[in-house]
Design a protein around this ligand. Structure first.
Ligand code: GLU
Length: 506
């Protein structure tokens, strides 16, 4: 079914995508899919000074990992392409010229030194310099509102530096509507005449963004709260061009786990969690930043966690598949206030997703880790290990810590536990246990449990006296799954060997 909903994720490739950016992409994706619409990726790379070469690939790789593919974008269904703004330069120039012609914009020739002088002059008087209605036609600023056409042409022909500024309408209370924040009003006299186009032939973000949203037939602009201050200019630009504006929705900020303000990479470094979806290597500095993927998070759990940073379904349900998110997502349930990031909750989601994962899939993830440890066991054995430990695992990376004893004998023994449980007489008792075990025929978990327990009962010794040293011998500490499952898994010979080893060492 065709739908009129067309939304875009429009990142600037200035570095790795922060999880806030991923959440913006996700909400756009969910909104598009819910309405059978189109999700577009547009690369806003007009600011050459901030351009980072590997950032665009990072963005597309991140969307791919998150499983939120775009329908149109660079190299894909380029119906309204190109989708990289640097490849659309000529278009913006034409539209800037239209605004000049209709009187909605003007040339300004003020040099940065001159503007600096104005700024400093204002500061000295305790005021802020704003380039707008109150000074743009007073003659102190040099622009096409005060110069004659001829003077303007001469300056341009002579190669003078210029910018094109928007002529913000004066004395108007602008009424706007945000899908999340409701009615917003602003006095246009407080706005400055933003630069739309620069002498170097490049548009600024504002012009390029509006022109492209119009040409790409964007129906809803869903983006971060940091763009809210730009909304009046954008609404006015649509009016200037005579275009109808898309609907706007400004998403709440993602906040630091502790303290105030926006979540930053520093918070992640300090508290030990990633703020980027994928690991990122800064080619210039050589710095490597952690990523959720490399830290062992499942993409679907990560997306579920992100969806809840600013949205909730209004019910108790927290675990949502992507399909369920698409079904239930609604801009009306996105909150206005910032969403505090909680790294523990991120782990919690991963643990929940771990339980829903297929054991075969987890086994495939564990085998390469085992290989690195120099362990090679058949798939069937690893699968059994995985099914016995996954309940306690948060990450696949935890598997080794939780299961190394299934593959190799403990190298050391927990000191405190040994002191408490390996007492005088324990070695003799364990020698007898080893002998008894070596005579058990049916070495299943159920049967070894039955026989060993009977043996202990017959001997009239406390269970703990045997079970704790036995666990210590096999695992090295008082942890791990059901002891007889371990015994059955590692087998008779290995069990006896480990008991003897413990007797020698403890
Ligand atoms: N290029 C802007 C950014 O980096 C896009 C803002 C918008 O969506 O309008 O976030």
């Amino acid at each position: 079914m065709e739908s009129n909903v067309r939304v875009r994720f429009a990142p600037s490739p200035t570095g790795p995508l922060h999880i806030g950016g991923v959440r913006t992409a996700l909400y756009n994706y969910l909104f598009a899919k819910k309405h059978n619409g189109t999700f577009i990726l547009r690369i806003e790379d007009t600011d050459q000074s901030r351009y980072v070469a590997n950032a665009e690939n990072y963005i597309t790789d991140a969307l791919e990992w998150c499983n939120i593919p775009f329908d149109e974008g660079p190299g894909k269904n380029e119906k309204f392409g190109p989708y990289r703004q640097s490849e659309r330069k000529n278009t913006y120039k034409e539209y800037a010229a239209i605004l000049i012609k209709t009187g909605w914009a003007y040339y300004a020739f003020d040099t940065s030194e001159q503007l600096d002088t104005h700024r400093k002059g204002h500061e000295a008087e305790g005021k802020t310099f704003i380039y707008n209605w109150h000074n743009r036609e007073k003659g102190r600023l040099i622009n096409s509102l005060v110069l004659t056409n001829e003077e303007v042409q001469n300056r341009i022909n002579a190669g003078d530096n210029y910018v094109i500024r928007f002529k913000t309408p004066q004395d108007e209370i602008l009424r706007m509507q945000d899908e999340i924040r409701g009615k917003i009003t602003i006095d246009t006299n407080t706005l400055d005449d933003k630069i739309l186009f620069k002498g170097d032939g490049m548009p600024t973000y504002h012009l390029a963004n509006i022109v492209d949203d119009h040409l790409m037939e964007i129906s809803h602009v869903i983006r971060g709260e940091e763009w809210l201050p730009s909304m009046p200019l954008h609404v006015l630009l649509y009016r200037a061009f005579g275009w109808s504006a898309p609907k706007f929705a400004h998403l709440p900020l993602i906040l630091k786990p502790v303290g105030k303000g926006k979540l930053s990479k520093r918070d992640g470094d300090k508290l030990g969690f990633p703020v980027f979806p994928l690991e990122y290597k800064n080619d210039a500095s050589g710095d490597v930043s952690r990523g959720y993927k490399e830290d062992g998070y499942f993409a679907d759990g990560f997306i579920n966690m992100l969806a809840f940073l600013g949205w909730n379904p209004g019910t108790e349900q927290e675990i949502f598949s992507l399909q369920e998110l698409i079904k239930d997502f609604d801009l009306s349930r996105v909150s206005k206030s910032g969403a505090k990031f909680n790294p523990d909750k991120a782990s919690w989601f991963n643990q929940q997703y771990m339980q829903t994962k297929d054991n075969t899939e987890l086994t495939d993830l564990y085998i390469p880790i085992l290989k690195e440890k120099g362990v090679s066991r058949d798939q069937e054995y690893v699968l059994k290990v995985v099914s016995s430990i996954k309940e306690r695992a948060v990450f696949v990376n935890d598997f080794w810590e939780l299961s190394s004893f299934f593959f190799e004998a403990p190298i050391e023994f927990d000191v405190k536990a040994s002191k408490k449980n390996w007492k005088e007489g324990t070695s003799e008792l364990m020698t007898a246990v080893a002998l008894f075990i070596s005579n058990i025929e049916d070495f299943t978990s159920e049967n070894t449990e039955k026989e060993i327990k009977e043996w202990i009962t017959n001997k009239e010794i406390g269970f703990g006296k045997v079970m704790q040293p036995l666990r210590l011998s096999l695992v090295g500490k008082l942890a791990g799954p059901h002891l007889f499952d371990i015994i059955a898994m590692i087998g008779k010979q290995e069990t006896v060997k480990r008991i003897e080893n413990a007797i020698n060492k403890l």
